[in-house]
Design a protein around this ligand. Sequence first.
Ligand SMILES: Nc1nc2c(ncn2[C@@H]2O[C@H](COP(=O)(O)OP(=O)(O)OP(=O)(O)O)[C@@H](O)[C@H]2O)c(=O)[nH]1
Ligand SMILES: [Zn+2]
Length: 187
Amino acid sequence: MKIEISEVANLPSRFGSFKIQSFKEGIKEHLVIFKEPLDDVPLVRIHSECLTGDTIGSLKCDCRDQLEYALKAIEKESGMVIYLRQEGRNIGLLNKVNAYALQDKGFDTIEANHQLGFKADERTYEVVEFILAHFGIARIKLLTNNPLKLDSLKGIEIVERVPVIIEANQFNEHYLKTKKEQMGHLF
Ligand SMILES: Nc1nc2c(ncn2[C@@H]2O[C@H](COP(=O)(O)OP(=O)(O)OP(=O)(O)O)[C@@H](O)[C@H]2O)c(=O)[nH]1
Ligand SMILES: [Zn+2]
């Protein structure tokens, strides 16, 4: 797939002063937020879009806390957040809301995806390899608790996994438990 690349622009934010660049893959306009100077082995967070969490502040998941954690971390030590437009583990917003409606009836996140005909996780990460290659990065420290992500990046050496440490709340406790017990997340 052809990827269109924007210019680099400044982005002052409440978490620090960053640079941004967009990588457009079909209809998905991904964003890279970075803080220079980038080390040879930079700290990288691959964040999946979560409109409900990142923007609205939903407490059903840990996405916004993770995003803020990552932005604060790269402000401190430089690095990059790759913000991928893979809403709802790539099932899209409408389907995620339908999954939430099923969760209201008692299904967990995985069961709800299955009920809708999706895998538990429909994400792929080829564009990340493209983006890192564009920056000349072959080795990274990856900010994640997700073992699937560690296995998904072919051609990128993950020198270190840096955990994302977030406190649970009463609404996402079950979500985090499912991630740990059924999706192998490393908490
Ligand atoms: N289908 C679905 N997607 C969800 C649900 N809750 C959050 N998401 C999406 O899950 C994605 C984030 O994935 P997570 O599994 O929380 O975290 P991760 O990115 O895999 O792992 P970390 O790197 O450790 O954060 C975002 O795209 C959210 O929109 C849900 O109940 N159902
Ligand atoms: Zn979320």
